[in-house]
Each structure stands twice: as structure tokens, then as C-alpha cells.
Design a protein around this ligand. Sequence first.
Ligand code: ZN
Length: 459
Amino acid sequence: MKISFHGADREVTGSCHLLQAGGLRVLIDCGMYQGGRELEEENAQDFGFDPGSIDYLLLTHAHLDHCGRIPLLVRRGFRGEIIATAATRELARLVMLDAARLQEEEAERGARHARRGGAVPDQSLYGTLDALNALERFGRAAAYGEPIALTPALRATFHDAGHILGSASIRIEDTSGPVRSVIFSGDLGSSGRAILSDPETPPPADVVVMETTYGDRAHKALEPSVEELYQAITDTFARGGNVVIPTFALERAQEILFYLRQGVELGRLPRSMSVFLDSPMAISATEIFRRHAECFSSKSQALFDEGRDPFTLPGLRFTRDVAGSMALNRIVGGAVIMAGSGMCTGGRVRHHLRHNLGRRDSSVIFVGYAARGTLARELIDGAKQVTLFGEKFSVRARLHTINGFSAHADRDELLAWHRALKPAHTILVHGDEQSMQRFASVLENTEVCMPKRGDAFVF
Ligand code: ZN
């Protein structure tokens, strides 16, 4: 068994690992590098292997940093089978098509710039056609806990990772000689979440390749965070303003809808409250969630079985088109507006910020991760003035940052997961250097390595 590393090595994006076992070449994830121009330029670099030589691609989940380079892989010659859960396949379709569209728009802007005498534009990574070709490569759908044969001797089993809908850790077993097994964690979720089940612990394995996003941190509890959300909304409505929630389209948007519904049901939020999900991608993702109740926790599944849709509440409206989104600008108060992008780097949320940031009676609630250099981070860090659409805006709205909604396991959860697998070898990926080092220092009875891009290990 040989494993080589081609992304998310001492960094948190661009997940891509290559396993050679049982005569096959199996890729686990093919994600995009995200976060700043320099890192993003690496997406166009050579993969470090020949895409045409890969037999299978096993996809852990549909986040862009795990599936975003698949269309490029196909464009460069990959002709193997992609295996993922049914929910991941549907969400990945949405994510890859959206990424392709964004790149086409970017390329178009570059071409306009070049026509005006600017520099020659960069080639985009891929377009819609490449994303559609990538979708053709999806073959068998994986069900949690059911082994899939890659060869008679090599089999892969997907286990619920509890991170986003359809997410999985993948255990691969080679029975051609003395049995060898390896588990790729994918991203692991946190326990006790609204919609999903807790991450499952797969059977033990010889080698574990695991994420360490929060390998050095403990999360805040979820319940006080939900309470904080209700309080922030109630206070804002009492002042007569609106609540703007910048939202990631996958999982976080559906989770917030779930809690808003629960708040109305418990009488913590007014029944008359208007809620707008102003994000075509989040709307499509919510529809996919509804089709995959098999991925829900038993509690959310029970809601569904009783005919109570966990994502529906009395005043909820979906705004897909631009006219509908613009109409929201005329609402003076009493509305919760959820829109992307989550870090306020683009998308419709910037329009809602433009109309609400300057109002003392309105609020902006941050419920997700905000990377350095983004507008969300600027606001969270207390900027008094920000620039939107080339204009300066004073920040008068009340800002809330609620940290308890993480989709990632924290240090203790990662540790418990690892302990149950009893691996002889542990390979840490998908984390920054500090998080990884600290996590490594608390692991026991295992040989730990932290590969750099291009490193390979034989077991
Ligand atoms: Zn993820």
C-alpha cells in the first residue's frame, strides 16, 4: 500500500490523496485550493500524477475544497469511476457547476480587460462543459456501511462523517495479501448537531489519514449559541430593524432554517417573522436536503416522518431571482435575511449589508468561519467603516458573532475518533501547521507523520 499527498498537506484546502493498492490507483478527493490569489493559482499546477492513470476517485463530501478540481481532473484525462454517496453526488453537481460559472464570469471579465488593452487574462481552470463531463464519471452510489468492490480483493466502505449532508469517512481494505486497511477521515463533524447524525466510528484500521482543522481547539457549546441567535433576533425586532445573516449555502443555511423553525415552534421567535433565503444555491441545496432524509439524525428523520419539514416555517420565502432579491431592500424591519456569500466576499449579501449596515436598529449575525482579508472578518474585527461597491459605509448596525455552529469536530472529538481506530500509523492532513503539531503531541501508541505536498509513504 502506497499513499501520496497532493493537497491539504499542512494546509486546510485542496484535499487530494492518492492510494496505490491491489494494482489500482485510487484518488481520495480532488479539492480546490482556496484563500487568496497565490494559493488559488496553485489549482492550475500539475496534479503530481497522471490523471489518465487513475482508476477510481472516491469523494468524501461535496465541499469545494474536496471536489473543486474534479472537472479539471477530467479535462486533463481522468476516465475512471467516481464513487460518492447519493447526497454527495447531488451536492457536488451544484458545487462544481457553480464553480464553473464563477470561473467563466471571471474569464469574461479578464477578456474584457484585455480588450481594453490590459494584461492578457489568465486561462480559467474549467468551464460548465468540463463540470458536465465530470458528472458523467459518477458511477455507483455508496450507501453508509455497505462495502463496494473496486477489485475482488480491494473494497471501500463509506461511513457517516456527520460533517455535511452525505459526508463520509472512507475505509479501504486490501485482502490480496495479509489484510491491510486504511481510513481517510474526510472532514469530521461535531456531535449533537441539528440535522445530521453524529460521526460514526469505523472499524479499526492500520493506517489513518485524518483532518486536523480544529486539532488544537475546543468548540463552544451549541445550545447557548442557539439561545444567542434567538436573543439577537428578538432584540433587533424590538428595535424595529432587520437581521442579516451571511450564510454558507451548504449545511449552515439549512441548519439556521432548522433552528428558526424550532424557535417559532417553541414560541421563542414570533410566528409573524419574515424569513428570506436569498441564495439560489442555498435554495437548491435545501431541496437536495429534503430528498435525502436517509442522511438525517433519527430526530430530524422523525420530524419528516410526522410530515413536519424541518426546513419550513410560516414566514419563509425563497428568493431565486434578482428582482425578488432587490425587493428585499424595501423591507424596513421584522425580517431575517439569509444570503451568501458566507464571508461576504461577493453575492447578494453585500446588497443587504449596504441597506442595513448603516442602521442602528438592524443587526448582522455571523454564524460561520471568516478568513482573514474578507469583509466578514473586517466587520467581526470591529471596522467602523467598510467599502462596498466602491462606496464607504459607516457601521452602525449591531454585530453578533456566534461561534457554536461549527461543522467540524473539535480537538476532543477528533481525539476520541482516532482512539477508537487504534491505527499503527497516523497521517495528519487538512490543518494548519500549529493545529497539526498540537494534535500530534497528544496522540498515543501510533507513529505520526505530517506530509508535505508530493510526499509518499509505503505501508
Ligand atoms: Zn468540508
